[in-house]
Write a protein that binds this ligand. Sequence first.
Ligand code: DAK
Length: 263
Amino acid sequence: MEFITYEQQEFVGIITINRPKALNALNSKVLEELDATLNNVDLDTTRCLILTGAGDKSFVAGADIGEMSTLTKAEGEAFGKKGNDVFRKLETFPIPVIAAINGFALGGGCEIAMSCDIRICSDNAVFGQPEVGLGITPGFGGTQRLARTVGVGMAKQMIYTGRNIKADEAFRIGLVNAVHTQEELMDAAKKLASIISCNAPIAVRNCKKAINDGLQVDMDQALVIEEKLFGDCFETEDQKAGMGNFLEKDKEKKLKVVPFQNK
Ligand code: DAK
């Protein structure tokens, strides 16, 4: 692939958007390659993904403004759909995805980060939805996901003003879970991914689905979703081993309940 690299480290897959000369801006090719990369993740051997950008300056500086500038209405719609489809694929991907945000996360960059389950960033990270300054609205889910992530008031302020915020403010408003130095960011992401990967994969997947699906409906329906996914864990090797180890008071095993089945 030209713009995406994929690396597997034990149960963790690391996807890097690799277009540093354009600050990893998302053109059609990047979106297509990202889609293909997700399609090729081996879900039998991968329990968590990390998404990051190449270089030390930018995670993703948005959709490619050069490519977008000449689009017709129909082409703009097709480009928007391509982005929305791949962002939604990330959001609903069966296993957790951690965004390791190593610099600019503007426009589509902020939006792709919000499609991930967990966001951590480096101290030089900058977030924003500058689209109104370009004469467009956030088009890859920004108006929806930012409001759900940081609350309506703060999302409206960021989107209407187009003002960028730095890492410390992103942390304060809950856009990211943690801020690390640039040097420490990837190790922190890998550590988090590794902790997640040591837990029962079926349970982790079902938690992601329960949280995501439950947020779309009212509480009564949400609890039904939770019940189903809770029930789904029973009779799995994970559940038998996890509870069995506890009852046997096998502390060694309790800390590391392996091997888990992955499906
Ligand atoms: N697109 C294309 N190229 C970009 C880019 C971008 N978004 N951001 C940076 N680059 C390129 C620059 O053109 C430059 O290329 P060369 O001139 O070297 O060839 C190179 O990356 C380095 O950038 P700078 O020289 O500008 O670097 P600085 O450190 O001075 O500034 C910056 C960094 C991030 C502050 C600045 O590059 C910047 O403001 N970039 C644009 C950020 C931005 O506005 N991002 C939001 C894009 S709009 C849609 C769906 C989604 C979207 C739209 C429609 N539909 C549903 C249709 C999404 C829209 C967006 O994301």
